[in-house]
Design a protein around this ligand. Structure first.
Ligand code: HEC
Ligand code: HEC
Length: 375
């Protein structure tokens, strides 16, 4: 931890603990919360209709506390960064920057992914290094580039010193005790509650009403000669669908990752090893990301290398590299070379139009997930 940051934090802690409530008003922001808490019962629908009635272990008070923690900058060592600084609601909880800025002008190693419908995801981060949200949520808090709060005792001390948490913890857990386990549990409840299934595609799924002509053409390509459905199927467009490769991952799927990972031939020589940290045979392999709200979440890929969806589709269309671990979906069966999809310019635009139908404006404007500190 940088000595300057420690000093800054101690000073803030001093300010937090030594002021009277009145002067707090000018020193720190209070979250503005509804009188009766929002209803965090998931609004299942569209392609997630099968989930109706499922209990995700979320209480309204727990998710409310999680929401405040998600947006509270005091969770970072110098009070400048919150989860919301890199995960912006209006762009599907992603970040416009290729890499995001954390504390002390440091930048992250990868592009911040969008967040939605992670309630049952057991492959988190681009390299799948976390397998559940309770385990994940404190990692950005502790990460020395993101929020830098390595000492959990200090985190607890800072949260205790902020006047608005007593009531929030009491409502969520029956008493005001602050522990890092409770902090993680509440934030995980909030992130689990972040569910959106009201895109044009979801409404089409329910009603059978077709999308626009162009988007329908794009959908046929997506689920046909474009091969996209092989990896982007299921209600969040991140499951391996039609093509099940018994030889991949190399130990036949024994990793328990349901094979929702792939090397899509971005580079001939790898820059970021991705899941190679677990097994050399997985070098260059990354999590298959959800495509929900993807029209809003540029730039794309683990390193944010593509600025537009056209660039992404053109990569698949004619620029897949023969990388050492290239997915079999993209290999010609006889030569083993990288395939070219051979889509026309118009067909590329149609795929992009289809991807636009996955945008859920209600999710991105849902006040239950909004920043309570900016009202
Ligand atoms: C400084 C920017 C930054 C901050 C602050 C930040 N994140 Fe992230 N987040 C990222 C980046 C970058 C990744 C991808 C990291 C990787 O995969 O290696 C990520 C990944 C994630 C993921 C994984 C999503 C997926 O589909 O696998 C979740 C969930 C998440 N962050 C939640 C949070 C929460 C909760 C907080 C606050 C405690 C937070 N983030 C704070 C930048 C940030
Ligand atoms: C073999 C599996 C596979 C197939 C087939 C596939 N993808 Fe992907 N897709 C991935 C993986 C893995 C990534 C992330 C790669 C990375 O960042 O290194 C990805 C990333 C993306 C992204 C960027 C998402 C983001 O948030 O950054 C888009 C958009 C996308 N794919 C669309 C498509 C389309 C359209 C097709 C069909 C033309 C397609 N994909 C075919 C596996 C696949």
């Amino acid at each position: 931890m940088k000595p300057f940051l420690t000093l800054l934090s101690l000073f803030t802690l001093f300010v937090l603990t030594s002021c009277q409530k009145d002067s707090f008003q000018t020193k720190i922001d209070y979250p503005v919360l509804p009188e009766t808490s929002y209803d965090y019962t998931p609004k299942w629908g569209g392609m997630h209709s099968h989930m109706a009635g499922q209990d995700l272990g979320i209480t309204d008070a727990g998710a409310t506390l999680g929401r405040v923690l998600f947006y509270d900058k005091i969770l970072s060592i110098d009070n400048t960064v919150s989860c919301g600084s890199c995960h912006h609601q209006d762009i599907g909880f992603s970040d416009q920057a290729r890499v995001s800025q954390g504390i002390d002008h440091q930048v992250t190693d990868r592009n911040a992914p969008s967040i939605s419908n992670l309630y049952d995801d057991n492959l988190l981060f681009w390299d799948g290094r976390s397998t559940n949200l309770n385990d994940l949520v404190l990692q950005p808090v502790r990460n020395h580039k993101e929020m830098g709060m390595e000492n959990m005792d200090f985190l607890v001390t800072k949260i205790k010193a902020a006047p608005y948490y007593q009531e929030l913890f009491t409502k969520a857990y029956g008493d005001a005790e602050v522990t890092s386990t409770r902090v993680a549990d509440a934030m995980a409840q909030f992130v689990r509650s972040m569910i959106g299934c009201d895109s044009e595609m979801d409404r089409q799924f329910n009603s059978g009403q077709p999308l626009s002509t162009q988007a329908e053409e794009g959908r046929n390509i997506f689920f046909g000669k474009g091969t996209c459905y092989n990896c982007h199927s299921g209600p969040d467009f991140n499951d391996r669908g039609g093509f099940f490769d018994p030889f991949f991952p190399p130990n036949g799927g024994g990793f328990g990752w349901a094979q929702d990972i792939a090397d899509i031939g971005l580079d001939e020589a790898y820059i970021d090893v991705g899941m190679g940290v677990f097994d050399p045979k997985l070098v260059g392999v990354f999590k298959i990301p959800s495509l929900r709200n993807v029209a809003m979440t540029a730039p794309y890929m683990h390193d944010g290398r593509f600025a537009t969806l056209e660039e992404v589709v053109n990569h698949y269309n004619n620029d897949i590299k023969k990388s050492p671990n290239l997915d079999n979906v993209f290999k010609s069966w006889d030569t083993g070379d990288a395939i070219k999809l051979g889509l026309s310019e118009g067909e590329v635009s149609s795929v992009v139009a289809f991807l636009h139908s996955l945008t859920d404006d209600n999710y991105m404007n849902d006040e239950r997930f909004a920043d309570p500190f900016t009202k």
